[in-house]
Write a protein that binds this ligand. Structure first.
Ligand code: ZN
Length: 498
């Protein structure tokens, strides 16, 4: 159920907050001359030997008084709590989101039904602060899968009361981004027995129906028939053989631009015959995150009514062991005719994406972007705070960096020079799947993928090293953070405005 938003143009005072049990104060760098419960904040700062400006690094929380000499009107509920945070012009979106997430933690941990946001400062500050705060509150109020039998009630924030700024659009775009991010996280967090390829495909069919998307499937039979040998090599290892490439299309009337999104959807990755050890197999139900990011972007774009045709191509499979599973030294022929020497069965992501990228590029989109939890070497290079991007147009990479900064979902560019491909020369086939040496596998993987794109479509590859960060990342407090939805939307919006 969507959260109800109540907006009040006038700044909050102690009277208008008197019914609020949970209040977030978002403050400008210059301390406002008057603000409600200013004395409470003063005392808290003094007690903790802090200055007002420290709130720009470390937000603080305190109980609010109710009645008594501080001047709070009678009727303020007992046990009210507030958090204070200062945002300043030097903060980028990632920093603003992070500060707001930290400020909100104490409030949202109590699972309130209503939450008040009070913004202060000049018009420009209040406008921006209201928007950021609304996003961070909403995204962290989302309901996420849990299978605990505990009596703990799930998060059920019903109302956000925003004091000090009013927007006629009611933050529709932000709500769409929240819906997209939430879908991505919900799917990614589902246990693998609850999200097999069969179940995932059913869910996508239902999403397509609910949102008016065109829906088409390339199941294993069809993929074998058209010669998608790279995808089939991975899909054939599972029983039932329920792997498929799912094609969803959002195509509102009268659009001029056409893009394609591709997502890796490995519902569970055992590593295949080159089996992962337990420590590395644990969590491999999240190897479908790329496809969930694509679905999140598509949902948000649809709800925002973006005037653009978006074709989504999702590679849905599991990577299993079994008599039919592919193995080292196999040579398979991809959809575009390229022969691939199998080197490591755990490099299944690039196999399923190869044929999917061919299908996507054959529709001749003006721009194509894939999302995948693809390589361990990207995580080694960046850690889990950033994701990496590579692509075949320098100007696209610049735009991607800008979209990352603007959305608070940061990306870093990696080299994509052709000579890296020398490492993938095979003695028996057109190309090796990967090497056994590790090294710059995130770059080799991108070079490999580029070999399956037809017609030199402008293309960006996003290797999602930041899809799961313990304790949250940027705006989002859960480990699985839906990284990529905000970034993708920001990039698409930039492409649309050209
Ligand atoms: Zn793998």
């Amino acid at each position: 159920m969507p959260i109800q938003l109540k907006q009040f143009t006038s700044p909050a005072d102690e009277k208008s907050l008197s019914a609020s049990s949970h209040v977030l104060f978002v403050l400008p760098p210059d301390k406002p001359a008057r603000m409600p419960y200013g004395a409470v904040l003063e005392k808290k700062l003094k007690r903790s030997h802090s200055k007002y400006s420290d709130l720009a690094k470390t937000p603080m929380s305190s109980d609010l008084p109710h009645g008594g000499p501080s001047g709070a009107p009678s009727g303020t509920p007992s046990g009210a709590i507030a958090s204070w945070v200062v945002l300043d012009a030097k903060h980028n979106a990632f920093q603003r989101h992070t500060l707001l997430r930290k400020a909100l933690k104490t409030l949202l941990d109590e699972k309130p039904q209503t939450l008040a946001i009070a913004v202060f400062g000049d018009d420009a500050f209040r406008k921006a602060a209201a928007c950021d705060a609304f996003y961070v509150v909403s995204v962290n109020a989302a309901e996420l899968p849990s299978r605990k039998k505990s009596k703990d009630k799930p998060m059920r924030l019903k109302t956000i009361a925003l004091h000090g700024w009013q927007e006629s659009h009611g933050y529709a775009q932000i709500q769409a981004r929240v819906a997209g991010n939430t879908l991505t996280r919900q799917l990614t967090m589902l246990p693998p027995n609850e999200l097999t390829p069969t179940i995932y495909r059913d869910k996508m069919a239902k999403l397509a129906k609910d949102n008016g998307w065109k829906h088409e499937e390339y199941d294993m039979k069809k993929l074998q028939k058209i010669g998608a040998g790279a995808f089939v090599a991975v899909g054939q290892g599972s029983e039932p053989q329920d792997a498929a490439i799912v094609h969803l299309s959002y195509s509102p009337k009268g659009v001029k631009k056409h893009i394609a999104l591709v997502g890796k959807g490995i519902c569970f990755d055992t590593g295949g015959h080159n089996l992962k050890p337990a420590r590395y197999m644990h969590g491999m139900h999240e190897d479908m995150n790329g496809s969930a990011v694509v679905l999140g972007i598509l949902l948000a774009a649809t709800q925002s009514k973006l005037p653009i045709r978006i074709d989504c191509w999702l590679s849905i499979a599991q990577n299993h062991i079994g008599p039919k599973a592919y193995k080292q030294n196999d040579v398979v022929t991809a959809l575009n005719g390229t022969t691939i020497e199998i080197v490591h069965t755990d490099a299944e992501g690039r196999m399923v994406l190869a044929d999917t990228l061919t299908l996507a590029s054959r529709e001749k989109p003006e721009f194509m972007m894939d999302f995948a939890t693809l390589t361990g070497s990207m995580a080694v290079a960046l850690g889990d705070r950033y994701s990496g991007v590579l692509g075949n147009r320098p100007e696209l990479l610049c735009k991607a960096m800008g979209a990352g900064t603007a959305s608070g979902e940061r990306v870093s560019v990696f080299p994509f020079d052709e000579d890296y491909e020398e490492d993938l020369e095979s003695g028996i086939a057109d190309i090796k799947q990967c090497t056994l040496d590790g090294g710059a596998d995130h770059i080799l993987a991108a070079r490999f993928l580029s070999r399956f794109i037809e017609g030199d479509v402008p293309w960006l590859h996003v290797d999602l090293s930041s899809s799961n960060r313990k304790g949250g990342l940027g705006a989002v407090a859960s480990d699985v953070n839906g990284f990529g939805v905000g970034f993708g939307l920001a990039l698409i919006t930039r492409i649309l405005s050209e």
